[in-house]
Write a protein that binds this ligand. Structure first.
Ligand code: FE2
Length: 379
């Protein structure tokens, strides 16, 4: 009987209704999930990307970056904090990973996958374009993934998907905008991997999200030219490439007209993040100016201070047009955007995570009650 009730519960949880929401294009569908709340998270993991959608106890991950100690060494150092993302997922109530999307073949977007696969059942994994280089790292014996051989543990039951135009997971439709530029992307050299990023759009319970990986201007300009009729306003926009100066252009941002923009990148000069930043200092002023029309801007990293000793201050975020309206108070924070069925949403921040060992250990050991924590961390 219990099994039957659980089964019926699952049906109602993911039962959906469809309606056309875009008069200009009847192929995009709005997905309404009969769940009171759906949350989208952006994690503070340095110059990488780790975002996820949580529905009930399941999560869909959009990249699984940084967390390098299991198989990779960043700037000659072995990292010991790869458990952060898994612990955070569990703390927020995730028990199973429905899908992991990997946007492109750069380790700052998949370096945590090994740790995730060791902590959770992963049902589906969407490979990037030219996914063989990632696929060749997979081993189904968990003991064989090490920092030396750069192998990634992945259970053989995980279903792999190639770079496709659309996907459907947990009854949500995901649209890969980059797919229309497939021929161009196939001709890119490995040095230009960022422009092979999948750009994933989806809309669920009246909120639309665009995840752009490390997409740069060249791909964006091609989409602006060739895909004119298929742009939609988005509620949440991941500023691509950690806020690099090469990220998608102002014209692209205007097209999608986001109300929330977040940058997953950090100032490599800030001590606690230095090891995570590679040689890069993000976000740049140029990328930030590109989102000056965005009403709400959030950073998962640390920006350069505005002191006169910052030789590069003119190039980076602090002097960017529009930076003044950013959430300066919570630099280095992770965020939750929680959507409700009635169309309203709440925002929460999490105190500095990767950069703050105390917060990390409190998640590991004491596990503060999640909802209680949120009560004091509403934005
Ligand atoms: Fe990246």
């Amino acid at each position: 009987m219990k099994k039957i009730i659980a089964f019926l519960g699952t049906i109602s949880l993911f039962s959906i209704t469809f309606s056309n929401t875009f008069a200009c294009n009847k192929t995009i569908q709005e997905n309404t999930i009969e769940e009171n709340q759906i949350s989208y998270y952006t994690l503070s993991i340095g110059n990488g990307l780790f975002s996820y959608l949580k529905i009930g106890s399941k999560a869909i991950l959009f990249d699984a970056g940084i967390g390098l100690d299991q198989f990779a060494i960043w700037k000659g150092r072995k990292h010991k904090t790869n458990q952060f993302a898994s612990n955070f997922l569990k703390w927020t109530g995730v028990e199973e990973i429905e899908t992991v999307f990997i946007s492109h073949n750069h380790s700052d977007h998949y370096a945590n996958l090994d740790a995730i696969a060791k902590n959770f059942k992963i049902n589906n994994l969407v490979l990037p374009l030219n996914g063989n280089s990632l696929k060749n790292r997979f081993v189904s014996n968990r003991e064989k993934s090490t920092s030396i051989n750069e192998k990634i543990y992945l259970n053989s039951n995980t279903k792999l998907y190639n770079f496709e135009k659309t996907y459907r997971f947990l009854d949500i439709d995901f649209y890969n905008w980059s797919y229309s530029e497939l021929n161009y992307m196939k001709g890119l050299s490995s040095k230009d991997e960022n422009n092979a990023s999948a750009i994933i759009y989806f809309k669920v319970n009246s909120k639309s999200i665009l995840i752009t990986g490390d997409a740069e201007q060249e791909l964006g300009n091609r989409l602006l030219k060739n895909k004119e009729s298929n742009f939609y306003k988005v509620d949440i926009y991941q500023v691509p490439h950690h806020g690099s100066k090469n990220a998608l252009s102002n014209n692209f941002v205007k097209k999608v007209n986001p109300s929330i923009c977040y940058v997953s990148g950090t100032n490599g000069d800030e001590k606690s993040y230095r090891e995570w930043g590679g040689d890069h200092i993000f976000p740049t002023a140029k990328a930030y100016s590109n989102i000056s029309s965005c009403q709400n801007r959030y950073l998962t990293g640390k920006v350069l201070s505005n002191s006169s000793s910052d030789k590069q201050k003119n190039d980076y975020f602090v002097n960017a047009e529009g930076a003044k309206n950013s959430d300066y108070d919570h630099q280095n924070a992770s965020y939750e955007y929680r959507f409700f069925k009635n169309g309203s949403y709440n925002k929460y921040y999490f105190e500095p995570t990767v950069s703050n060992p105390n917060f990390l250990s409190s998640i590991n050991s004491k596990k503060p009650d999640y909802e209680t924590y949120l009560n004091d961390h509403s934005l």
